[in-house]
Design a protein around this ligand. Structure first.
Ligand code: NAD
Ligand code: IPM
Ligand code: MN
Length: 357
């Protein structure tokens, strides 16, 4: 029996729809295991700009810092995507949250549920057994370079920057995780071109001396993009910089069948934030078809990592597996053989998972 304060931060678009389901799952887990979870909500992104003019109001940040964990949805709105000149943007709220909470490590597990072999565009014989854990550095790189970013009219720049301690702390987390898995680590960079990558590689090489039991390989990011599709099973733990990790994990979502399947945990110095890797998905917002499983699996990561509730977390993952085994799908993970009555909307998929808890 534990008392925990969970902050729900739905954000924009389908973030609203999927976190509502994630919260119900947390609620059911609390009831089943006799925990007391109390909830509060906070604004971020476009909805926060509309209400306060600020994509991450101080009040939201204070609530995040005061909570035991955050279940986050997504930010983003077409209004800003199509207006490069907008100075205040929803995504700034997300980046500020990551920086202010010191969330330097973003864990993105890419695990294929066997039942979804047919949902991927990759051949089943290449895909079967794929299980990758990405460690994406989350508070540095070209996203946050202190030397800034600027549009001078005819030219513009963004500065990529890494310090050794930033590489070391994410590298250590990745090596530690590899030790608990298949003991393989792939460090991904662009050290044939970039200074930040050469510093990255040096630091990982230094760390490798402390982990002689972990087999380390170094790959360039372009080759990695190819290898993920050619032979996803060759990877165990992958550690990489912020921008490379952003791009490679959207690609890797196809190994799990859909963006709607990929959960993540952002951890570091303070409150942990748990979120799908997908965005606000304007194309399906309000249609009730978004896949809530990424949010549900993010709730499972929250239970495990922030609360140390392993059995509770495993029960949630098992429930998702059972629902998929029963043949239920959302539209994004359905395939040509899925009967129309087995294709569920967001809430109905959530209800199925709840019924297995
Ligand atoms: P997106 O992830 O929102 O959507 C990409 C595609 O995947 C779309 O076709 C969408 O319908 C589909 N998809 C995503 N999640 C799904 C789900 N749960 N179920 C079914 N289908 C799903 O990426 P985008 O279209 O490039 O960006 C849209 C907005 O989201 C932008 O404003 C962007 O800045 C923002 N964004 C936010 C985050 C975040 O908050 N973490 C992440 C990515 C993008
Ligand atoms: C993600 C998103 C964000 C990122 C954007 C919205 C700032 O794509 O969480 O993956 O690039 O980190
Ligand atoms: Mn992304």
């Amino acid at each position: 029996m534990a008392n925990k304060k969970i902050l729900i931060v739905p954000g924009d678009g389908i973030g609203q729809e999927v976190t509502a389901v994630g919260k119900k799952v947390l609620d059911k887990v609390a009831a089943k295991f006799g925990h007391e979870f109390t909830y509060d909500e906070a604004l971020i992104g476009h909805v926060a700009i509309e209400a306060t003019g600020n994509p991450l109001p101080e009040e939201s940040l204070a609530k995040m810092k005061a909570s035991d964990a955050v279940l986050f949805g997504a930010v983003g709105h077409p209004k800003y995507d199509n207006d490069p000149s907008a100075k205040v943007r929803p995504e700034q709220g997300l980046l500020k949250m990551r920086k202010e909470l010191g969330l330097y490590a973003n864990l993105r597990p890419i695990k294929l549920f066997d039942e979804l072999l047919a949902a991927s565009s990759i051949k089943p014989e290449i895909l079967r057994g794929a299980d990758i854990l990405f460690f994406r550095e989350l508070t540095g790189d070209i996203y946050f370079g202190d030397k800034g970013r600027k549009n001078n009219g005819d030219t513009a720049y963004d500065v990529a920057e890494y310090s050794r301690f930033e590489v070391e702390r994410i590298g250590r987390k990745a090596f530690d995780a590899a030790r608990t898995r298949r003991k393989k680590l792939c460090s991904v960079d662009k050290a044939n071109v970039l200074e930040t990558s050469r510093l990255w590689r040096e630091e990982i090489q230094k760390l490798a001396l402390e982990y002689p039991d972990v087999e380390v390989e170094y790959q360039f990011v372009d080759a990695t993009a190819m290898l993920l599709i050619k032979d996803p099973c060759r990877f165990d733990v992958v550690v990489t910089a912020n921008l490379f990790g952003d791009i490679l994990t959207d690609e890797a979502s196809q190994i799990a069948g859909s963006m709607g399947m990929l959960a993540s945990a952002s951890i570091g110095d303070g409150t942990g934030v748990y979120e799908p890797i997908h965005g606000s998905a304007h194309d399906i917002t309000g249609k009730g078809v978004a896949n809530p499983l990424a949010s549900i699996l993010s709730a499972a990561l929250l239970l495990d990592i922030s609360f140390g509730m392993k059995a509770e977390s495993e029960l949630v993952i098992h429930a998702v597996d059972q629902v998929l085994k029963a043949g239920y799908r959302t539209r994004d993970i359905a395939d040509a053989t899925t009967a129309p009555e087995m294709i569920l909307g967001t809430d109905a998929m959530g209800e199925q998972v709840l019924s297995h808890l």
